[in-house]
Ligand binder design. Structure first.
Ligand SMILES: [Zn+2]
Ligand SMILES: [Zn+2]
Length: 428
């Protein structure tokens, strides 16, 4: 099935800046985005491309809003304002999917290292589905009235994008939304299905840096050193007891050490080791307990190893905190009804909260609160999904080098679900 939308002609006549072969083909747009991922805060070309498309579709477009953010407004008479958001950034991962359109792109990260870059979180699907949705909504503009506010958000993966767009005045400089909607691909659901989670749906996310200091020296004379590699190992093991022995078993929490760096050579004991952690939780209490327990354990480790106070581990809680995502239950119920109408009851599933994070929740945390909801869009090829069930093989997760959405059914389902829900919300 080709996802060439019914208002093909609108797209062609109004997007003279688009090349002839990319006029209407969402799959081609998807593949172009997939081939050319850009890292967080560096989404220059991606945002330009999307701004050009949205301008061509008749939106009033504001570029470079809160970084490379794009805000596009389409006024279609008196009515509610609905905000739809997609995120634009890729990840520093070397793609291993083997797809003919796999990314081979390299880019420079924040500290100037050249890294492979991949859309491993499906943000390319999000952007394409959103363009498909607005094209579809324009074709149905006699069925709804109001303001359609579309935002293409930068830097979701480092949790700066939503914060920046809110700070820059997304809710003051444009019509204030009655509802905020977004979708995220799911690496666990087959393409063709969507999932909804009323209430708390995604976790608090914190990033923490720990530098363990020691006293370096010769690897053959360890007694003359304070070995930070051994201390890092001790600390990592202790951290495993936070979730298993400190947090109440019915509470949700994750402590993951995702990066450890130290040392240069076999026979040299280094003077420091650096760790990077991701911390997940739902409640403020568990979040605070996790952070303070890590501080206590790190201090205790330094003491146990006889380090002076000025050599205690340095702990930095990054300011890229993402609060947990709360899906407004009343809005989510409306979405469920619309999805079932658009896709059939069997393709709409109620799902459980996860420990992944999404800064989309921030748009719902403003005062007065704006009802906000994000739904899951199945992205796994049906055959691959069935095989995984039959043979009990786990599927590549989001952020995996092997994560490969099935573009056609995924995008067409995303467009159908989102567009149907938006029309219903305008008419509500
Ligand atoms: Zn992600
Ligand atoms: Zn994502």
């Amino acid at each position: 099935m080709k996802i060439i939308l019914s208002i093909l002609f609108i797209f062609i006549v109004s997007t003279s800046t688009l090349s002839a072969d990319s006029d209407v083909d969402l799959i081609q747009l998807y593949k172009e985005l997939h081939l050319n991922p850009e890292l967080s805060f560096k989404e220059e070309k991606t945002s330009k491309k999307l701004a050009t498309i949205l301008t061509g579709l008749g939106f009033e477009v504001t570029e470079n809003f809160g970084g490379y953010g794009v805000v596009a407004l389409l006024k279609n008479g008196e009515g509610k304002t609905i905000m739809l958001r997609a995120d634009m950034d890729g990840l520093p991962i070397e793609e291993s999917t083997g797809a003919p359109y796999a990314s081979k792109t390299k880019s420079f990260n924040q500290v100037g290292d050249e890294v492979f870059t991949m859309h491993a979180c499906g943000h390319d699907i999000h952007m394409t589905s959103l363009i498909g949705t607005v094209v579809d909504l324009i074709s149905k503009r006699d069925q709804w009235q109001g303001n359609l506010l579309v935002i293409m958000q930068p830097a979701e993966e480092v949790s700066g994008g939503a914060r920046n767009m809110i700070k820059e005045g997304i809710f003051e400089k444009f019509p204030r939304p009655d509802f905020n909607l977004a979708l995220h691909v799911s690496a666990d659901l087959p393409a063709g299905k969507v999932g909804y989670v009323p209430g708390w749906a995604m976790a608090n996310v914190d990033s923490m840096d720990i530098t363990i200091k020691g006293v370096g020296g010769h690897g053959a004379y360890p007694h003359t050193t304070k070995d930070p590699i051994v201390m890092a190992s001790q600390l990592i093991n202790s951290l495993q007891t936070i979730v298993s022995r400190e947090i109440a078993p019915i509470e949700a929490a994750v402590v993951t050490v995702g990066s450890i760096h130290g040392g240069t050579k076999h026979n040299v004991i280094p003077s420091e080791v650096r760790l990077q952690l991701t911390l997940r939780s739902y409640t403020d209490e568990v979040r605070n307990q996790t952070i303070s327990t890590i501080r206590r354990m790190a201090r205790g480790l330094a003491q146990a190893n006889g380090l002076p106070k000025d050599s205690y581990p340095e702990i930095t809680l990054k300011d890229e905190y993402t609060p947990a995502l709360f899906n407004n239950p009343a809005l989510t119920e409306k979405l469920r009804i619309s999805f079932e109408k658009a896709l059939g009851q069997e393709n709409v599933l109620k799902l459980s909260p996860v420990m992944g994070g999404e800064d989309f929740g921030m748009y719902g945390r403003v005062e007065p609160i704006i009802p906000t909801s994000l739904f899951w869009l199945g992205a796994v090829n049906k055959k691959v999904y069935d095989t995984s069930l039959r043979e009990n093989i786990s599927l590549p997760s989001l952020h995996s080098a092997f994560f490969l959405p099935d573009p056609e059914p995924t995008i067409s389902t995303g467009v159908k679900a989102m567009s149907g829900a938006v029309v219903d919300l305008y008419q509500d």
